[in-house]
Design a protein around this ligand. Structure first.
Ligand SMILES: CSC[C@@H](O)[C@@H](O)C(=O)COP(=O)(O)O
Length: 335
């Protein structure tokens, strides 16, 4: 059976319905977004996370096409572009949003009917993302030990579930150690719940425990997703990844970073905007204040791991050393 989070954004006649990941799995509440602006707000407010914003943006663009109904074609196209810019601006580090918008605009440009074209583009984008995640998962599973412990951080969503499915199909026996990933607790809630759903032995650690489990020899591989990997091999992912990667390097634990494709628009890390979320978010967890009133918070949501701390970048076309990513595009270009 598919994990609950694998289908957590749906297009319905009355809008886009998004499973609220902020309090999953304790509550299973769906948020209805009636307009593309509401979809953008939901993405920005972390109602959905990781791969979720990609799907929300696809279906959000379909709402934008509905909102443009009746406008002359050029005006409708321009209003869809504005909607796309709004969606992309919600989470600047997440490259998938740009790709979702491009998928829908490609569908629109290939059809005389704006809404039908947007819908076709969104379905094509949905299929492509899932197919590419499956290929990525298969490539990743091939690199994992037959019997071993994997440390992961945050919530790698479809990249992780496809990896686990492929590993299980190969008969591998993997145990996972996941970090809590404060302040949103993606690891404690989304990763731990979904791995449990998939029958995987799962141990939760606090964010500060990663180096200790690696130094104790309790982990065979560090595995995370990446929001982006630059062409020169910098891995941009949830803040905390850098510290884990440095510790992994120190204790000879390989670090595998999963991304569908390296980012051709980002030659190096300077080309990737890092999302800084309100510092207040660090002072609260699950809606409750968890820090002294005397402290201020600071929350860069992502960090950058230099290529010297990255062993392998796994893509939908297989594994690459971080300094060999140009080879990804040596084949026919599709990204
Ligand atoms: C499938 S992309 C995975 C990443 O987005 C993931 O590792 C991550 O950092 C999630 O961050 P989030 O801020 O929860 O959206």
């Amino acid at each position: 059976m598919e994990p609950v989070l694998a289908r957590s954004v749906r297009l319905e006649p009355d809008g886009v319905h998004v499973l609220d990941r902020r309090n999953f799995p304790f509550e299973r509440v769906w948020v209805r977004c009636a307009t593309v602006a509401e979809v953008a707000a939901a993405i920005e407010d972390m109602v959905t996370q990781s791969s979720g914003p990609y799907f929300a943006a696809l279906w959000g663009m379909v709402l934008a096409a509905r909102e443009a109904r009746g406008l002359p074609r050029a005006e409708a196209r321009a209003s869809l572009e504005r909607a796309g810019e709004l969606l992309v601006s919600t989470r600047r580090t997440n490259n998938a949003l740009r790709k979702a918008v491009a998928a829908v605009l490609a569908g629109v440009d290939a059809s005389d009917d704006l809404e039908a074209g947007a819908l076709a583009g969104a379905h094509a984008g949905d299929r492509r993302y899932r197919d590419r995640s499956r290929r990525l998962g298969e490539a990743t599973a091939a690199l994992l030990p037959d019997d071993g412990a994997v440390l992961t951080h945050c919530w790698a969503d479809l990249y992780l579930t496809e990896t686990v499915k492929a590993a299980q199909a190969r008969g591998k026996r993997l145990r996972f150690v996941c970090t809590e990933t404060r302040p949103y607790l993606q690891g404690a809630r989304l990763t731990a719940e979904t791995l449990g759903e998939m029958g995987v032995d799962t141990t939760l650690i606090t964010d500060g425990t990663g180096a200790a489990v690696m130094s104790a020899g309790e982990v065979d591989v560090l595995l995370t997703a990446a929001d982006r990997v630059t062409m020169d091999g910098h891995v941009v992912n949830k803040v905390g990844t850098l510290g884990l990667a440095v510790a992994a390097h120190a204790f000879d634990v390989p670090f595998l970073a999963m991304v569908q494709a390296p980012d051709r628009l980002a030659p190096t890390a300077r080309d990737v905007p890092i999302e800084h979320r309100p510092g207040e978010e660090v002072l609260h967890t699950l809606g409750r204040r968890t820090a002294s009133d005397r402290a201020r918070g600071r929350y860069p949501a992502f960090d950058v791991t230099p290529p010297r701390f990255v062993t392998t970048v796994v893509t939908d076309r297989g594994a690459y050393a971080p300094h060999e990513l140009a080879d990804y595009y040596a084949e026919d270009v599709h990204d």
